[in-house]
Write a new protein. Sequence first.
Length: 239
Amino acid sequence: MFFAYTGFQVITSFADDVKGGPKNAAKAVVLSVLISMIFYVMVALSMIFLVPVKEFNVNADPLSFALAYSHAPAWIHIAVDVGGMIATTSATLAMILASGRTLYQISVDMKLPKFLSKYNEKKDVAPVATLISSTIAFITFFAGNVYVIASISNFGLMFSFIMSNLALLHFRRKGMSGSYRMPMFPFTIAASTLMLISLILGFPREALTINIIIIILVLLVSYILKDMREKEIVRQIKP
């Protein structure tokens, strides 16, 4: 259920390119979630009308199961499968582009090797960073248990959301605010953070272990790079 509602944050990665800027980007996220929620609920209700609830088991493709159970025509099966493939491809490409943009921004902010911060102004894309994120996505496709891979991905998303909440608290305490203000702040932040933590605690042990190792490695590399950058600055300042 959580995974179904991920991906909308991709819009924020391109907030500067959205007509109207960050304020309209925030509206786009909210509207996207509401519209998708309506369709998700409609599909779920349709499945319940097609198949008795007691007949549903754990199934990788419950919609196809519901269509088969109700003896739907073959063309409906094909239409649903094609639609699912298009939606999955679209979501995958969006996540790859967002990951590439994020990696590019990190390379610029942290002064990582220059090849990572290459940017094609004409095509409005970071080619090297996007290629790296695409390669990682391709490798994980053959990494084994899909459930564990999805859990690792979801953990990363939830962790980034928690960090975003904490960042918002930090900047609000400093008196900074953007063009869009969080409703019912800070209660919404506290509630969402607690719910995210409760979801993380229910993850498979393999996913938790792998992600904790990744976080430690990222922090270690970040510290080393920061230390190297500070030493370089000091060396340039000294006569």
